[in-house]
Design a protein around this ligand. Structure first.
Ligand code: F3S
Ligand code: F3S
Ligand code: ZN
Length: 103
C-alpha cells in the first residue's frame, strides 16, 4: 500500500472509531481503514496472518461482501492498543498494512 497515504488521500469518513481514507465507493472500493494501523481494504485478500500475529488483538474481521479482492477484511478495530511491533505489517502477503509510530 501507499506509505504516503495521509498525504495522497483524504479522510472520507469514520468506522469503529478510526478514520477511513478515500476514495470510497462500496462495495468495490473501500479505501484505507485506520491511520497508525492502516489497512488498505482494496489490497487485503483476507489472509488473516495479521490477526494471528498481533500480540494485543488490534484486529477484528469485518465482512465486505461484493469486494473483488475478498469478502472480509482485517479491520484495525482497536487501533489505539497497537504497540508498534510491526508483526502484522511484516506477515501480510500482499503488503496491505502500514504501521506508523505515533509521534
Ligand atoms: Fe498489532 Fe504489532 Fe500490528 S501491535 S497492530 S501486530 S504493529
Ligand atoms: Fe488482509 Fe494482509 Fe491481514 S491480506 S487479513 S491485511 S495479513
Ligand atoms: Zn474499519
Amino acid at each position: 500500500m501507499d506509505p504516503n497515504f495521509t498525504k495522497n488521500r483524504q479522510v472520507a469518513g469514520e468506522h469503529a472509531g478510526h478514520a477511513v481514507w478515500g476514495p470510497v465507493n462500496p462495495p468495490q472500493l473501500l479505501g484505507i481503514h485506520g491511520t497508525y494501523v492502516a489497512v488498505d481494504f482494496d489490497i487485503c485478500v483476507a489472509d488473516g496472518a495479521c490477526i494471528e500475529a498481533c500480540p494485543v488483538n488490534v484486529y477484528e474481521w469485518f465482512e465486505t461482501p461484493g469486494h473483488p479482492a475478498s469478502e472480509k477484511k482485517a479491520d484495525p478495530a482497536r487501533e489505539a492498543d497497537c504497540i508498534f511491533c510491526l508483526a502484522c505489517e511484516t506477515v501480510c502477503p500482499p503488503m496491505a498494512i502500514k504501521i506508523t509510530k505515533r509521534s
